[in-house]
Design a protein around this ligand. Structure first.
Ligand SMILES: *Cc1c(COP(=O)(O)O)cnc(C)c1O
Length: 453
């Protein structure tokens, strides 16, 4: 299978090249050239374990990796999950289930994609006989998940920049207490935006980038989207047949990465009734799905920080399909957005989407209510998805993080501090972080001294 850029000015690439490239050179995002129709294979998929289902799904796309190699890479990617079901479905009521996506090594759903991406990078190093240095900036969860995807992998090193003192202590420990020699947690002075801006300049230095074979961790990698399709499919197959076509997945989101994966699966012929886009107070997606206008606002930091986003980086993939897969129209919209910070789709139909938003003032009350009504503790991101649930649908809420990652917010809401053994174990390990100025020259120098060659 080949992958095209949404902006239509990059030649189609095979799976491994599209994954290694990340962002297409024309500024677009990679998508499958044609979407497969899975409707005839669903009976065959039912009953497969998580890793086997993931392999069966990915082999449709990763046609340039030998099947047995792919099977092994996928199997390895889900061994660090603590629950044997990988993504267990918990029933809270007759019309309400929770899909728990937080049993990976960093206790948030990003592990589903980044464990796999780490193994794909490792494979690429072996095949090409080349090392790879992965670089990213994080405000929390992505950096930790990317680090745990590459931990100790031969031929790789990973450098994660984060704003010193501005990520939670637990998140910092997940990055800085691994003990792995190929992991570098770089605590940068300034804000996340300062770290991001410095990183952009490092990548813009073409000579430096090529010399150290730098690759970016970001939320738009094709492999991340495809890996995330699998838990929707797994959950859908586990529901009783009579309930499958009533299912609305309720997805806490900021970048539209998670919900995009579910929607793509629906486009591949899996009869899912619909999706609810659940935002926090940074509600650009809520506003789009209720009005058809996409307009940036200012980011207001919230209790659900991994959704504090105003420009949803994966939304372009959805838009591409909405404009009839016409790259010229998409380019015109993106140009209008870059110039004015807004656009409106003409004759736009909401389709099978609904939307909700949840402010910081509402999150603690929802955590309390869910605990009281169901005896279940949700993290502040997942709490956003419990806003305005539709009683007449079968709602499957995606739980994107473990409540143990946000002990203060949970304690303030219900007086209980959730714990997790893996997080407790981190507290006794030394923090190894490198303090740097948010300055491209300082960052380049650090990388030059520590990169694998
Ligand atoms: C990253 C993250 C999200 C948002 O994911 P999107 O890619 O924006 O859909 C939600 N919850 C948690 C816990 C996260 O780490």
């Amino acid at each position: 299978m080949r992958f095209i850029s949404t902006r239509g000015q990059t030649a189609p690439l095979g799976f491994s090249d599209a994954v290694a490239t990340g962002l297409a050179p024309d500024g677009g995002l990679f998508l499958p050239e044609t979407l497969p129709d899975l409707s005839g294979a669903l009976t065959r998929y039912a009953g497969l374990g998580y890793a086997e289902l993931c392999f069966e799904f990915l082999r449709i796309f990763a046609t340039d990796i030998p099947a047995e190699t792919l099977r092994a890479l996928v199997a390895q990617s889900y061994t660090a999950f603590s629950d044997p079901e990988i993504a267990p479905l918990k029933k809270l009521g007759p019309n309400l289930q929770v899909l728990e996506l937080f049993h990976g090594p960093t206790l948030a759903f990003k592990d589903f994609a980044l464990q796999l991406l780490g193994n794909l990078y490792g494979h690429q190093c072996r095949v090409r006989g080349e090392s790879i240095n992965v670089l990213g900036a994080t405000s929390g969860d992505t950096g930790a998940a990317a680090i745990h995807g590459l931990l100790g992998k031969p031929g790789t090193a990973i450098f994660i920049l984060y704003p010193d003192g501005r990520v939670s202590p637990l998140q910092e420990r997940q990055m800085a207490c691994t003990g792995a020699a190929n992991v570098f947690a770089l605590a940068v002075d300034g804000t996340f935006d300062d770290a991001q801006a410095a990183l952009k300049e490092v990548f813009a230095d073409q000579t430096f980038r090529l010399r150290h074979r730098l690759s970016a961790v970001n939320s738009i990698n094709l492999a991340r989207v495809l890996a995330q399709c699998v838990y929707y499919l797994h959950a859908w197959l586990k529901l009783p047949a009579a309930e499958r076509e009533r299912v609305e997945f309720v997805v806490p989101t900021g970048n539209f990465g998670n919900v995009l994966a579910g929607w793509l699966l629906q486009q591949m012929g899996v009869p899912i009734r619909g999706f609810k886009v659940a935002t926090n107070q940074n509600d650009i997606l809520f506003r789009f799905f209720t009005t058809g206008e996409y307009r940036v606002g200012a980011v207001a930091p919230s209790l659900a920080p991994s959704m504090d986003i105003q420009v949803a980086s994966n939304f372009e993939r959805f838009l591409y399909h909405q404009v009839g897969r016409d790259p010229a129209r998409l380019r015109a919209i993106m140009a209008e957005f870059a110039a004015t910070g807004r656009y409106r789709l003409e004759n736009w139909q909401r389709g099978t989407f609904t939307a909700s938003r949840c402010t910081d003032a509402e999150i603690p009350g929802i955590i309390r209510r869910v605990h009281r009504d169901y005896g279940y503790i949700v993290d502040p991101h997942t709490a956003c998805a419990f806003q305005d649930l539709s009683p007449d649908r079968m709602s499957v809420v995606l739980a994107t993080a473990s409540p143990a990652k946000f002990p203060e917010t949970i304690r303030a809401a219900i007086g209980i501090e959730p714990q997790d053994a893996s997080l407790e174990a981190l507290k006794s390990r030394p923090v190894v972080k490198h303090r740097l100025r948010a300055d491209p020259a300082a960052i380049r120098q650090f990388i030059a001294e520590h990169a694998v060659s």
